[in-house]
Structure formats: C-alpha cells, structure tokens
Design a binder for this molecule. Sequence first.
Ligand code: ADP
Ligand code: MG
Ligand code: MG
Length: 887
Amino acid sequence: MANVKKWVYSFNSNKTEGNQGMKDLLGGKGANLAEMSSLGLSVPPGFTVTTQACLDFVSNANSLNDEIKKQVLDALSLVEKESGKKFGDSNNPLLFSVRSGARVSMPGMMDTVLNLGLNDESVLGLGKLTGNPRFAWDSYRRFIQMYANVVMGFNVALLESTLEDLKEAREVEEDTQLTAQDLQDLVSVYKTIILEETGIGFPTDPMDQLWRAIAAVFSSWNNPRAIKYREINEISHEWGTAVNVQSMVFGNMGEDCATGVCFTRDPSTGEKKFFGEFLINAQGEDVVAGIRTPQPINDLSKNESNKTLTTLEQAMPKVFGELVEVYTRLEEHYKDMQDIEFTIEKDKLFILQTRNGKRTAAAGIKIAVDLVEEGILTKKEALLKMNPEDLNQLLHPRLDPCVAKNIIATGLPASPGAGSGQIAFSSEKAHTMNENGEKVLLVRQETSPEDIAGMVASQGILTARGGMTSHAAVVARGMGKPCVAGCSQLAISYANSTLTVNGKVYREGDWITIDGATGEVIEGKVPTISATISEDFSTFMKWADEVRKLDIRTNADNPQDSKTAISFGAQGIGLCRTEHMFFEPERILAVREMIYADNVASRKKALDKLLPFQREDFIGIFNEMNGLPVNIRLLDPPLHEFLPHTAQDKLQLADYLGIDVDLVEDRCEKLHEFNPMLGHRGCRLGVTFPEIYRMQTRAIIEAALECSKNGIKVLPEIMIPLISLSGELVILKDECLDEIKKVFEEKQSEIKYKLGTMIELPRAAITAGEIAPHADFFSFGTNDLTQTTYGLSRDDAGKFLPEYVGKGLMPLDPFVSIDRDGVGFLVKHACIEGKKTNPNIHLGICGEHGGEPRSIQFCHDIGLDYVSCSPFRVPIARLAAAQAALK
Ligand code: ADP
Ligand code: MG
Ligand code: MG
C-alpha cells in the first residue's frame, strides 16, 4: 500500500489532504479549496484529481488508469458520507461540479460542468426533495447545455437559440421567468437536438458522466485555446491541469439564493474597497456571462449601469456580513488581494474559490504599499510579489486631457490605459488588420476565450455587454490593455459590420478611441501623453533601490531619451550609439563623403565636418546626465548601411562630391559585403580607418571639457566595439589615448575618463584574460554574442525559432532571455578571467537582455556591476534587480 502513488486528494470537513503549497500537484484552485477547507470555511466537500494524473492520462492515449479510478471512487464515497446524499441516487441525488484548475489560473481556458449526476429520474427526485421542480429542471437544462459543450464538444449555439426562441414565445426577458414546464420541455428539445446532431443519446449513467467529464477536462489541457493562452503567457505545456470534483451548492433554488464574485480591493486602482457583483437565483457563470446586469454587492460597487439595483448588503444583510468576515480572513491569510467566488443557497454562504486577484499594475503597487503599511506584508514580501513586467502598464500613455474629445458613449472603466484604433468586429479581422500594420480596436458584443488572439492584436477592447468581471475585463487587465466593457448604448451588428451609437453609424476601419480609466468611448483618434508616476510607485521603487546590488543604466542616444530614463531612475548611460546621429539630413552627406574618401586626407576633411555635430550631440547628453556616467560606443555598423540607396540619393551625392554618378555606383558595389554582420564593422573600421575613431574620441573629450567648464559633472566612458583580439584593443587604445592627449594639450585642461571594450564575440569572451589588462571595463553585447555563439542571425531567426521553442529545444527565445548555458557561460567565463588579470575591471551588460528579468537575475548571480536597458524598461530592471538580490 505504501508505495501506491496518490492521484486523488480529498477536501471535506473531516479530512483535507492538500494545502495551499501544493499548487503544482493540485492546481491553484484545488490547493486553495483544500486550504480554505482546512481553515474551516464553508466549502462544499469534494476531491482533486492531480495534475500528475492529467499527464498520466495524456501519455496513456487519453485514458484514466485503474488506480486513479479506484482512488476517485474512494474519495467519492467520502463526499457521499459527509453530504448524506448518494451519487446516482434517484431520490436524494448527490450532484457534482467538475472544475479544471491548472498551476496558474488560466481564465476561461477550460470549462466547468455543473449539476453533474442528473438524469431523467433524479431530476424528478431533486424536484420532489426540494419541493422546487422548476429549480430541478433549470439545473438539468444547464447541465445538458454545459456537458454537451464541454464534454461532447457540441455546438451549443443550437441549444442557446432554442432557449432564446422559448423566451420570445413566452414573451419573457429572463431565464428566471420560465416555468418548470417550460424548462422540462426545453430539456426534451435539447435531448432531441443532441440525438439528431450527434447520433448518440445524452448519457444517463451518472458514473459514465463523471468519467467522461474528468477525461474532458484533462484533454482540454491540449485544446487550441489553452495552448494559445500558454504560449502568450509563457506557461509550460508540461504542467497539466488538475480536476476538482465538488458537491454542488445551488444559487438557482429561488430568491434566497444567489451567486457572485468579489474582490477584496479594487482591481483597477488598488483602493481598499470591497467590491463585487452578484445575481439572485442564478448559477455558475451567469454573472460573468452578461446574461443579466449583475447587482452590486454594496454601495461601493455601484456604477452607472447598476446603481439602481439592490445590493447584497440590502437584500441579504446577514450573508453579506459573513462574506465580509470571510474576505477579511482570506486576505490576511493569503497576504494579498483576493478574488473570491461564492454561492448562496437558501441564505447560507458557500465559498467556491479564492485566488490572488488579477489587477492592474497601478493597483498592484498601491496594494503592495498599503499591505506593508497595514502590517500584513514585509517590504521584502511586497517586492517579491510584483511581477516586474507588469510595471510596463504604468509607464504607458494616457489621453491628452487638453485635447477636445467627442465622447459618443460611456461604458464601464474595465481596464485602464487609453487606446485608439480602427474598428474590427471579429478576432480574425483584428488579427489580419494588425498583421497589415494597422492599429486595431476590437469591438464585440462580449468576448470569449476564442477572442484572445484578436485581443492580443488590438490596442484596446470595447464590449457592449458584461460587467467589471466579464471575460473582456479580466483578460484585458491581465494583458495591460485598455478595455471599456458593458457599454450598453452600442448597437453592434456583426452581420452588417456596423456599430451604431445614437443613430450614428461607424464601420469596420473607422477610428475610435477608448479610455479604460473613465469608460469613455470617443470618436476618432485622440493623442496620448505619457504616464505620471504616483507617490506609491516612488515609495515602492525606493524599497527596490534599497536592496538591489546591480546599478541600472539605460541605452540612450539623445538628450530626450536620457531625460526620460533619468525620470525612471536610470543611473547612467550604458550604451550610447554614435551612428544613430549620422542619419540626419545635414550629416548624412558628410558621412557619405567620409566613406567615399579614398585617402586619409580627404577622409579627414569629411570627418572635420562631422566633428562639430558629434560634439554638440555629446554636450546635449552630458548636460542631461550631469553627475552620471555616459558610455559611448565608437562607430560599429558596416559602412554600407550609410550608403545612398535611391537614384535620387546617388545623384545628390555625386553632385555634392562633384564626381560622376557612375563613380558613386562603382563605390557602392565595392563596399558590398556578403555577410555584413560578420564583415568590415566595429573595431575593424577603427583598425583600417583610425581617423574615424580619433574624430569621435576628440568629439567626446572636447564635449566633456566644455561641459565641465560650465560646471557639469561629466564621467565619459569610451567603448570600442567588436573586439576579438587583444591586439585590436591595444592599437586602438593607443590611437585614442594619443588623440586625448592632444585635446588635453590644446585645451590646457584634463578630465577623467574610462576606456574599455564590448565583449560580444566568443573569441573575446574566451580570451578575456588577455584583453582585460587593456580595458577599464567590459560591456557585454549579448545581442551579437548570442548571434555569434549560436551562429544565428537574429533577423532571420524569426522564421524558425518559434518552432524550436515550441518543440522544447529551447526553453525561451535566446534573444529575449539570455541562454545561461551557452552565451551565459561565455559571459561568466569572461568575468572570471577578466577579474584575474584586472581586478578593478568594471562589468556591465548592454544587450536587450539588460531589461529582461530572468537575464537580470543571471547578471546579478555572476556579479556584474550594472545592466543597461531602454528607458521604459528601467523601472522593470530596478525591480528585477531587487528581486534577484532577495531571492
Ligand atoms: P473558472 O475556472 O472559470 O473560474 P470554476 O471552476 O470556478 O471555473 O467554475 C465556474 C463557476 O461555477 C464558479 O464561479 C461557480 O459559480 C460555479 N461552481 C463551481 N463549482 C460549484 C459548486 N460546487 N457549486 C455551485 N457552483 C459551482
Ligand atoms: Mg470558466
Ligand atoms: Mg472560478
């Protein structure tokens, strides 16, 4: 017995085998059901079949092994004992919900079946037992609908339209107005349709229903929607889902019953206000499905669309009081904002789910700071809770308040941020428009998991139906996209591809704007302004700065980016690319003149024209970066990038140089390279044309002296790219030092500077010990180092790399997150060898990886001094560096 694997974990008031820490095995939902059950909350009894069982099921060609089945039957009898009901009994039937639950929540990805165990006999028993045949038939028709959908893969639109027709025939608006007889008739119509369409009768044996439902949940792990969601969210395909089988409680038994969802704090702003929605006499996902307008649970939850409706606090004050007690307890226990699902059966409260609620980044920061102030969290816990990538949302633009806007409708402010786009009425359309480079705004009646791809492709989502907890709202918040939901003034016709508001018609392709913070829908395109940073954000980031060991620098090529980066907390520039400055119209001709020069003298003449431009650029940047280091990379790209391409450009150049256009053509051909990425670029240009690097060095030092004369503190760092031999660095360093000496003499003043190199070729990394004595610093250029370590061009990898990741050959795209074993190995080796021969060497990274949390963890682990990333990623890097230090 001892070595039989445990596949099933019970939770009931006598025996609960799981806990909150077992998410990997029991899934998030199962682990939390177990935890709540242990806490003594009123959770309907049940059991969880593990994620391991799912993997076993999948590997056994989608079948459950006998041991799993046996353990399910054992657990089932425990539930029967506790509930006093019998599964499959005609007179006193135990009914189950069958619920999926993976390690992390995947909203809407895998569907729940409720009321499982009903058939033609037990529906009568249930009606008699409860004295409420209407309820029994309502439960049965729901069961058939859900089971047909989830387990049989039946197109339920056929069933739904029958329900709509019936409501129309009875002249009623809502499901709740249908009678027991109506529902009984509906059930037989449903069964007939299913039999006609599928050729199989609806299964009547409860045990058979249960096995097939469990199997359906397990197989749904691999349905296309679930796979897509995992891809978008980087969730492993190897985790599997658990299944929770739980005895039913009923929110649809009458007016003293209800079902609802609530958040312990506002998921949009983070404000400490209890917030939620519910529906009387309803079941399951009625609240989120947008079937009826949900009622607010309290006054704080009122908004434009529900302000006239009765609150739970008014309708059921005692139950509301219990709910308040429960949420307070859960929030303290989990030390986080909770998203709770509950059902009320005959005035008794049941908790069906709790989880750390999804929230906007702004709310996440506010909640973290508040929880620390309330003494519930430590600063360290607060820092570790926040996903650095989520800060992205905070730094995104809002509508410019000074611009007049024509508001055509107002819906619910479901997910903050602002977005403009051209209307698309379907997910597919949104996707294609986006592929064509258009900005899209997805406009739907309501969204469902099928719409995920369209939501990803859109600037924002606008729906006519659904509340603050609707699918559209929840998913948009998770994606950090603006969403206005439940905007009932919109009349959407999918058939005509039109959106009509107050008599005005908008068509596919028309521009509209939404403001997810106010719920406004605006005609046309409204300009946006960048985010302002809240006090809570500054507090939170200060905590991060207190613990992190890595400095955070930025990649910036101009004063504007430098300024933005400083406002986000950058501590210097880790990479200033000089070549970006070469493309401006008045400079490019001089750059081309330099390239075309066939002797040193004429090259110097052209360089003399560029010198003042470069000096001015550096002065601008040094002024912004007063007191902070600025690392400037000397010319790096292959020269042909600057060549004229169009006939007009060529003519203009010929004219400027006073030569024949054929000569221009000729020179272009000579400069052609078969593989420019590995060609005449980087320090190789410096070796062949030292006067280029001399001019740049002079511009840097002259600018630094000038600024410092004006009281600016300048810390220039000169960086030589693409070294593979220590000898390259030695001779180029001599050239630079000689030029610097000249400038010092001419200006009769000196300044401190550093001179170092990029490590971006495997040979440089391997021989770092030879290079280090000649360098004040190493800056790892991990973009090129990844390309050259893999022998893989980043610009071409897009065609096949996703498949590598899909097949599990690589855990992640190595251009996104550093490849620790290969590229990372070289970086680490270079650090160790470099320190041996130059203990004072300063170490940083300036590739794209410098802003990616997992790579930042790596940089921390190997003891780099700083990372450098784009200005908007600076806060993300600050937090990631703090987390790296805390882990
Ligand atoms: P999801 O993962 O989509 O949140 P759930 O498993 O939570 O799906 O089920 C959806 C809804 O079904 C729940 O919010 C709840 O209203 C209802 N439900 C689930 N289990 C039960 C149950 N045992 N009794 C009554 N309702 C249930
Ligand atoms: Mg669901
Ligand atoms: Mg749920």
